[in-house]
Design a protein around this ligand. Structure first.
Ligand SMILES: Nc1ncnc2c1ncn2[C@@H]1O[C@H](COP(=O)(O)OP(=O)(O)OP(=O)(O)O)[C@@H](O)[C@H]1O
Ligand SMILES: [Mg+2]
Length: 375
C-alpha cells in the first residue's frame, strides 16, 4: 500500500502562493525530479574480496513537495500525464501545487485527498467609485463622458451577486487616455495590472497562446490564473486577427476560459479592451455582431479640444520644468513654449506625441543656450 499524500491546490498569483506556504520546509518539484534522475544514473559496483554494500536506506519522505505555476513547463509531457506516478515515487507527505494544469488537478482529485484554495481578488467597492469619480481629472484632462460611462459600468461590479465580468471597449484616437484610464482604475482596485498587447503576437503563436498548445508554451489562461489584478487589460484589441474572436465569447459571457491545459474562472472582474476604432458602427463591422454584442459598454474617447490641449500642455511643461536644475529653469520661459507648441498641434491632440514635442522643444532651447555660451 502506498503512503498517504495530502494535496493542496492554490489558484492565484505567485506572491500570494508563496505567502500561503510560508516558511514550510520544502523541496521543489524540479529539484526532486532532478534528484530522482541523478540517483537513477548512479550504479553500484562491487569490488572483489569486499562484501557488496547493502541497499542504502530509502531517503526519508519529504514533508512538503512544492510546484509553482511556471514549473510544469519544465517537466516532460509524459510526467504530466502520469503525474501521480511521479508524486508517488517522491512520496511527500504534503503536495502543494500552484496553478496546475487541469490534467494534474483531475489526477490528484481522483487519487488523493485534495483541497483547493482560491485567491480572493480585490473587489470594487462604493469607495472605489468615489475615488474614481474624484480622482479622474487628476489623471486625465477632458474625457468627462468616459468618467460617467465608466462609473455606470463599474457600478455593476459592486453588486454583491455579480459572478461574471464586466467587459468594456475603449475606442478612439491614439494618445488620448485609454490605457491611462485602465491603469488608473487598476491602481484604485489594487494588484499589478495584467496587460496583454495583442499586436505583439504573430498568428501562429497567438493561436497556441489563446487555445493552448504544448503545456510548456505561453498561455493566456495561465497568465490569467497567475494575475494579481482585478482588472484585465486587452490592449490593441483591434489588432487581433478575426479568426481569434470566437476565443473570447465564453470569456466575455461567463468569465470562463478553457484551453488545452488550463481552466480559469474569472468571476466578477473588469475586462477592458482598447482599440483605435472610430465609431460603434466600425466596431460592429470589424468584430462582428456576436462579439460586439458581448461588450457591456462601448466607451468612446474623444479627440481633445484646443482648450483641453492647452491644459495638457500646461501640465506637461510644468512637469518637465520641475525636473530641470534651477539654472536651466531660469533661462526657459514656459509661456512662450506653450504658445509656440499650441500653434502647431493638430486636432486630435495625441498627448504621447505632445509630450515628446515638449521634451524636444525644451532640450533644443537648452542646448542652443549652452552652445551659444561656449562660442
Ligand atoms: N486626456 C489626457 N489628459 C492627460 N494626459 C493624457 C490624456 N490622454 C493621454 N494622456 C497621457 O498620454 C500618454 C498616452 O496615453 P494613453 O497611453 O492612455 O493613450 P491611448 O489612448 O491608450 O493611445 P493608443 O491608442 O495609442 O494606445 C500617457 O502618458 C497619458 O498619461
Ligand atoms: Mg493605449
Amino acid at each position: 500500500m502506498s503512503a498517504e499524500i495530502k494535496v493542496t491546490i492554490y489558484y492565484g498569483p505567485h506572491s500570494w502562493f508563496e505567502k500561503q506556504i510560508g516558511r514550510k520546509d520544502r523541496i521543489y518539484l524540479l529539484e526532486a525530479v532532478n534528484d530522482r534522475e541523478e540517483s537513477r544514473r548512479q550504479f553500484r559496483h562491487t569490488i572483489d574480496g569486499q562484501e557488496p554494500q547493502e541497499n542504502p536506506e530509502p531517503p526519508p519522505r519529504p514533508l512538503n513537495l512544492v510546484a509553482s505555476s511556471s514549473d510544469y513547463a519544465s517537466i516532460q509531457e509524459h510526467a504530466i500525464s502520469n503525474f501521480i506516478g511521479l508524486v508517488r515515487e517522491i512520496s511527500p507527505k504534503h503536495l502543494l501545487l500552484h496553478n496546475p494544469p487541469e490534467v494534474i488537478h483531475a489526477q490528484t482529485d481522483r487519487v488523493f485527498k485534495t483541497k483547493v484554495i482560491h485567491y480572493e481578488y480585490p473587489v470594487l467597492t462604493r469607495q472605489t467609485l468615489i475615488e474614481f469619480r474624484d480622482g479622474f481629472s487628476d489623471h486625465l484632462v477632458g474625457q468627462t463622458n468616459v468618467r460617467e460611462r465608466m462609473l455606470a459600468a463599474l457600478y455593476q461590479l459592486t453588486t454583491p451577486h455579480r459572478t461574471k465580468p464586466v467587459v468594456v471597449m475603449f475606442y478612439g484616437p491614439s494618445g488620448v487616455g485609454k490605457t491611462e484610464t485602465a491603469q488608473f482604475i487598476n491602481n484604485l482596485i489594487g494588484g499589478t495590472l495584467l496587460r496583454k498587447q495583442f499586436s505583439m503576437f504573430h498568428s501562429d503563436k497567438f493561436a497556441s497562446y489563446l487555445f493552448g498548445g504544448n503545456h510548456g508554451e505561453a498561455s493566456f489562461a495561465r497568465d490569467l490564473l497567475d494575475r494579481s489584478s482585478g482588472v484585465i487589460l486587452l490592449d490593441e484589441f483591434d489588432k487581433a486577427n478575426s479568426v481569434f474572436h470566437s476565443a473570447f465569447y465564453e470569456v466575455f459571457d461567463e468569465g470562463v476560459l478553457v484551453d488545452k491545459n488550463y481552466r480559469v474562472d474569472l468571476g466578477p472582474t473588469l475586462i477592458i479592451c482598447t482599440s483605435n476604432y472610430g465609431s460603434e458602427k466600425e466596431i460592429r463591422e470589424s468584430l462582428g455582431d456576436a462579439l460586439h454584442s458581448r461588450f457591456d459598454a462601448l466607451i468612446p474617447f474623444d479627440p481633445l479640444s484646443k482648450e483641453e490641449i492647452g491644459r495638457v500642455l500646461d501640465r506637461l511643461v510644468d512637469g518637465k520644468l520641475i525636473k530641470l536644475s534651477a539654472k536651466e529653469r531660469s533661462i526657459i520661459d514656459p509661456e512662450s513654449i506653450k504658445t509656440k507648441i499650441l500653434s502647431h498641434v493638430n486636432r486630435t491632440g495625441n498627448v504621447r506625441k505632445l509630450s515628446k514635442i515638449v521634451d524636444e522643444t525644451i532640450s533644443l532651447l537648452l542646448v542652443r543656450i549652452l552652445l551659444d555660451s561656449e562660442s
